[in-house]
Each structure stands twice: as structure tokens, then as C-alpha cells.
Write a protein that binds this ligand. Sequence first.
Ligand SMILES: CC/C=C\C/C=C\CCC/C=C/CC(=O)SCCNC(=O)CCNC(=O)[C@H](O)C(C)(C)COP(=O)(O)OP(=O)(O)OC[C@H]1O[C@@H](n2cnc3c(N)ncnc32)[C@H](O)[C@@H]1OP(=O)(O)O
Length: 324
Amino acid sequence: MNSLRARAHLLFGRRSHQSLAPHQHLSPAVANDLVISTVDENSGIAMLTMNRPPANSLSMEMNEAICDSIKTIEANAKIQSVILSSTNPKIFSAGLDVTELVSPDKDRLPRFWNSLQQVYIDLYGSRLATVAAIQGHAPAAGCFLAMACDYRVMSAGDINSDTKKKHVPTIGLNETQLGIAAPPWMGQLLVRTVGFRQAELALALGTLFPPEQALAVGLVDDIVPHQKAESGEDQLIDLLPSQIKDQALNPLLQRAYSQARIYAKIPPQARVASKMVTREEHIFRMIAKRDEDTQHFCGFVTQKAVQKNLSAYVEALKNKSAKK
Ligand SMILES: CC/C=C\C/C=C\CCC/C=C/CC(=O)SCCNC(=O)CCNC(=O)[C@H](O)C(C)(C)COP(=O)(O)OP(=O)(O)OC[C@H]1O[C@@H](n2cnc3c(N)ncnc32)[C@H](O)[C@@H]1OP(=O)(O)O
């Protein structure tokens, strides 16, 4: 991609995808099942809700669905901000679908990696102002999704009123804990978010930060205590897909919405141009090394020792869930 074309893509998105129907809200039936998109042209705000049970892990189809939804929303000139959220109140995204990595099909594996690279290009380079509403866990590529947004609000956690069990979400690039390394462009995103020394430490140790610590290092911009608000905004209620309509009083979503509204009021050309000041160079660098990155990933994942570790990891995940 030459720099002019790439710049046009970054500023305006690709136009090749279907444009929105002229009604105010996109019904979930129009969106794909893995990601639900809703838009409100009056406020200029959209919501992109990840909906891949049980954990919003990123399969190739999920990555493609995220990219398709971003492009579809970008094609609507009336929309300036988008909130990235999850239908699962406990998990934002569990990162890559690890089953994609075990005994992979040799033709699918590079396509799978390409789909993740495309999420980086499309989300990090979107003309839209992007706000991540991190209600639940965001490990590894789940953290990457949040970091690729412009603003991150995270739930401080909550207590289950029946079991009295506390749920505290965590966020971070924990790859080294799994015996793998985050790819350079993902690791660099952490450097750009929290600074060199904090990133160096967190990458090496595979740190998963609870909300207070994530705020302290700058990995998230705000944390929101889980106390139901007294009243909700009609515009937010309208934006919520049916699966999470009951979340209108959720203070995290309300905080994300108010941030999206702040962004939507900034003159878009100035906002997008300033966004590209900090992002453009990094996206170009990644695009230039895209094939090399894919070869590296495929070579690494298919190593015998790595396959052995990953198989054991997937087995442990399944056993853990079965024991619940
Ligand atoms: C220079 C280097 C260049 C290249 C390097 C090459 C290769 C390296 C690739 C690097 C990139 C890696 C990025 C990644 O994202 S790797 C994936 C990392 N993700 C995880 O490790 C998360 C694993 N999951 C969890 O820790 C927990 O599930 C979580 C904290 C998210 C939630 O816990 P909770 O107790 O609420 O739920 P569970 O019972 O654990 O899970 C519920 C069900 O979800 C399934 N699940 C969870 N995570 C995943 C996943 N990542 N992929 C697929 N499936 C997942 C889990 O199995 C349960 O399913 P059921 O058994 O109920 O069906």
C-alpha cells in the first residue's frame, strides 16, 4: 500500500463494504452474529458489541466480523464515535482463540494471523473515535483490542449479590506466561500506552493488571465502580443491542457513552488528523513488515515444543471450566 493510499484508508476507511441502511438504528439482524453494531445518527455515536460466547475469543471469523463492522460504521459519515463492548459482563475478550493455534490447518493459519493484523490496521487506524468499555477480563489480544482504541474505561469489579463472590477483571499482555511472545506491533502498542519501562516489565513478566493498577500505569484512562446509576440516558438505552438492553444503568457503559459524546463533538477533521500524528507511522511500519510477521508467527506456532505447550494450555482451560 503506498503512503497516499494508506493515508486515505486511515483517514476515511475503505468504502468497499455495504453502506448502512438509512434508518437511525441498525437492527442486530443486519449485523453479523459475532459482532452487533448499532448506530445513532443523531448523537453520532455507534456501539460495536462483541458477541462470541463463551469468551469473545478472536477466531478468524471474529476478527473479520470486527473489521467488517468498523468499515460499515465508518461508511456512515454521520457517525464520529464508537464504543467497543461485550455481551459478556465478565469477559471483554479472552484474546486469540487458542484453538486456532493447536494443530492448525496450514492454509488457514496465515489467513488467521492476517485477520488479526487487519484488526490492528482497521481499529488502530480508524477515523472513528473509539472507546473501549472493559467490563471484564482482557488478557493478551483482548488487551490489544482495548489498547487499539482511543480511550479505555474499565470496571472496578463487582460483588455477586447471591454468592457474595468478588469479580475483579484484569488486563494485560500475559503472553509470556503461556510461553509465547506478543508480536512486535502488539508489544509496541503497550510501550506507546504505558511508557517504555512499565511496558518492558509487564511484557517480560506477562503482567495482568487489576483495575487500580491498570489505572496507575496508564493502561486504562478511568475506572468505574459498579454501583447502579439512578437513571439512564435515553440515547444510550436506544444504542444498546437487545442482548444487553438491561445494562442501561451500568455506570461503565454510561461513562463510555459520555466519553464517546465528548469525542463526537470535536471537529472530525482536526480530531482525525491529530490521531494520525501519533499512529500513522506505526501502522505503516507494521504494514511494511506484514508478510515477515506472518511467516514468523506461523513458523513459531508450528514448532513441536510450542504445539505441546499450547495443547496442554487448551486442555487446562477446558478442565478448569469443566470443574466449575
Ligand atoms: C516475535 C513474536 C512473533 C510472533 C509470535 C508468535 C506467536 C505468538 C502469538 C502471540 C499472540 C498471542 C495473543 C493471545 O491472545 S494468546 C491467547 C491468550 N488468552 C488467554 O490466555 C486467555 C485464556 N482464558 C482465560 O484466562 C480465562 O478464560 C478468562 C480470564 C478470560 C476468563 O475466565 P473465566 O473463569 O471467567 O472463564 P473460563 O472458565 O476460563 O472460560 C470460559 C470458556 O471460554 C473458553 N476460553 C477462554 N479463553 C479462551 C481462549 N483464549 N480461546 C478459546 N477459548 C477460550 C474456555 O475454554 C471456556 O470454554 P468452555 O470449556 O466453557 O466451553
